[in-house]
Design a protein around this ligand. Structure first.
Ligand SMILES: NC(=O)c1ccc[n+]([C@@H]2O[C@H](COP(=O)([O-])OP(=O)(O)OC[C@H]3O[C@@H](n4cnc5c(N)ncnc54)[C@H](OP(=O)(O)O)[C@@H]3O)[C@@H](O)[C@H]2O)c1
Length: 331
């Protein structure tokens, strides 16, 4: 009888080992697929271009015009102009838009136009935008306009205006602009929509709760749109960067020179991000925009959702305390 019990125990232990091995192998396979899919695609498509050549330029593949704006968007604008795209810069600050347009036109000798629009005004601006955009053959739309709370803050302390801005700008602009350009892209059976999400879409982020939720929307929206548009020859790329040095992350840069903050040293320069993100255009449908953000994402994706939330809570609680009482540096 003891012998029988021992055999039963051995069988259960064997089953348990088999089950945990299967779960382990399956989890590792999923993680590898999720994180190596983009690098493998980039290698394959990069090699294809290098050895076989003859690939179409971006204007030939997608259409002549691209829409973008400042910050990361300005990086994209420079990159796309260097690839022969004509540019339509859309943002709210006319003087800044003109300056960037002149800079790009002088550097890349390409047609550069501007369109002043304040996305914080919501629904009322889109009729005009639609009629302006209808006349252009938009091949690439970079949905990058975005705002963030100046620094981590509790929801009840945020001004209602900023809450509406986060929704109208971060969620509304990408959604409505895509809605406007898709019909003409469908007619031409070509086009690319690049949606700038964020690494903060990976987990809910306390004290940046609304911003992170708008970015979770962007990722979900963009991945779903990719599937909707693929049968029509239109591509949709989701870009989810970590910290990039723009006006949005200026608060992380210490006010005093020489003072080193662990996050500020990890800010990636826009030019470095765009060198990598630009390479992924037409090759991968998902990217973090920079290899170092790819590593951060891969590590975060090893964690279960509840642990990711704990990590983000710890990080942003620290930032909340460090930056309470400070105001954004002028750039
Ligand atoms: N920086 C980062 O670390 C980081 C990381 C992950 C994701 N992202 C995402 O990347 C995107 C670009 O951010 P960024 O860092 O480049 O920030 P940025 O330098 O502040 O640029 C934001 C852009 O959005 C435009 N914009 C803001 N409010 C607007 C409004 N009401 N109407 C029209 N345009 C408006 C700005 O135009 P004006 O100049 O005219 O105001 C500017 O062109 C955002 O979607 C952000 O969430 C950034």
């Amino acid at each position: 009888m003891c012998f029988g019990l021992g055999r039963a125990n051995n069988r259960s232990a064997g089953m348990l080992t088999l089950l945990t091995t299967i779960i382990g192998v399956y989890s590792v396979a999923c993680w590898l697929y999720e994180n190596l899919r983009t690098p493998v695609l980039l290698l394959l498509r990069g090699a294809q271009k290098f050895f076989l050549g003859g690939q179409q330029s971006l204007p030939e593949k997608y259409g002549p015009w691209a829409g973008a704006s400042d910050g990361i968007g300005k990086g994209y604008a420079h990159f796309l102009a260097s690839q022969g795209m004509k540019l339509l810069l859309i943002a709210r600050n006319e003087a800044k838009l003109k300056r960037v347009a002149d800079e790009i036109a002088a550097k890349h000798s390409t047609d550069t136009d501007i369109l002043v629009a304040d996305f914080s005004r919501g629904e009322e601006i889109y009729e005009r935008l639609e009629s302006e955009l209808r006349s252009l053959d938009i091949g690439i739309l970079v949905n990058n306009v975005g705002v963030i709370n100046e620094k981590p803050i509790r929801l009840e302390q945020m001004e209602k205006r900023l809450l509406w801005d986060l929704i109208n700008i971060n969620v509304g602009a990408a959604t409505l602009l895509s809605n406007i350009v898709i019909p003409q892209m469908k007619k031409r059976h070509r086009g690319l929509i690049i949606n700038i999400s964020s690494l903060s879409s990976l987990a809910p982020t306390p004290y940046l709760a609304v911003y992170a939720a708008t970015k979770a929307y962007m990722t979900s929206f963009s991945l779903a749109l990719r599937e909707e548009l693929a049968p029509h020859g239109i591509e949709c790329q989701t870009v989810s960067p970590g910290y990039v040095h723009t006006s949005m992350t200026e608060y992380l840069v210490p006010a005093t020179d020489g003072q080193k903050d662990s996050l500020s040293t990890r800010l990636v320069k826009v030019a470095d991000m765009i060198r990598y993100a630009g390479f992924t255009i037409a090759k991968a449908d998902q990217t973090t925009g920079h290899w170092s953000h790819g590593i951060q994402t891969a590590i975060l994706k090893m964690l279960p959702a509840s642990l990711k939330l704990r990590v983000f809570t710890k990080l942003y609680t620290k930032l909340l305390h460090e930056h309470s009482g400070t105001t954004k540096k002028q750039t």
